[in-house]
Structures are given as structure tokens and as C-alpha cells.
Design a protein. Sequence first.
Length: 199
Amino acid sequence: MSLLDHALYGLAWLSFGTLHSVLAAAWGQTLLAGVFGPATRLAYNLIAVAHLGAVWGFGQLLGSASDRFVFPAGFSLAQMLLVLAGLVLLVVALREFDLGRFSGLWQMRHRVLPGAGGEHEALVTGGLHRYVRHPLYTAGFMILWGLVRDPVSLATAVWGSLYLMIGTYFEERKLRRLYGKAYDDYSRRVPPFIPRPKL
């Protein structure tokens, strides 16, 4: 990938991060609700998946002629184990949420509009959330860096990680608005991505 390719790919990631954050904001949710009604959360998720897929596809197009990195066999095995561990963590972390509310199917089935109450579940602090506040993001980091094979996958890991870190800032603001002091107390006890060693 040339420097221009990297810049274009970065702009594609910026477009994803910007749209995702705009649509997650209260006024963005109101805008979506005017079109999708109770299916707002589901539409938000589907838009995010489609946009992320388009960004990834664009990166593949830009890096189609890139040569693969040559790693020692042990390093490649470690990467494979990192991806596997990330996928397991992802599945376990998802099971700790109310997937109906997480996906938006619950809101659609119960005809609940954004901001109407009941759309958010109670603050999750058990399971993996006893060790890190954002296990889904931890899984994302593990998968992104475990899949680095060539310049485009390296760029994906860099831009994807930057998005997750910036996204965490906005996610934390939202969680503090939703859960108040309970989230403040929780965030003081539990780190965001990497568990603290017990002394």
C-alpha cells in the first residue's frame, strides 16, 4: 500500500467512526427513529455492519497487490491462538448481554422507540465484566492484531484499534449518563481493556 492508499483507507475508517458516532448520539437516534421507528436499534446495527464491511472491502481493494509479511512459525502460531482466544472471548462476552436489546430485536418486537425507557438493560458488572469494562473491545483488539498478515491487515489493525479507543470515550460518556454513580464506582474498580493483576 502506498502512502496515498493508507490515507484513503484512514479516511474510510474516519467515515465509519463519524457516522457510527453521529447515529449513536441522541439527535442521530431521533433522526433514525423518524425513519425506522421501533426498528431504530436494529437499523443502527445493520448500517454499522454494512458500512464496516464496505470499509474493509475498500481496504482489500487498495491492498490487493500487497505482499504478505514473513513471520517466524512461532509468531504465526501465537497470532492464530490470539485470534482463537479473541473469538472465544467475543462469544462469551456477547452471552453476558441481553442480545435481544443489544441487536434491537427486543425494541422492534415491543415497539419501543429510542429514549422511551426500557430499551436498555441493567448495568452488567458480572462475568467477564468483573475483570474489564469492555470485553467486546478487548476481543476486537485481539482479533485485529492476530489477523495481521500484510500491509492492509496491519492498517486495519491500526485504524480499527484507534476507532475502538475513540469509541470507548463516547461509550463511557453514554454509560455514565445511563447509570450515573453506579458506573462511576464500577469504572474506578475495573480497568477498560486489560485485567489488573491481583497483588
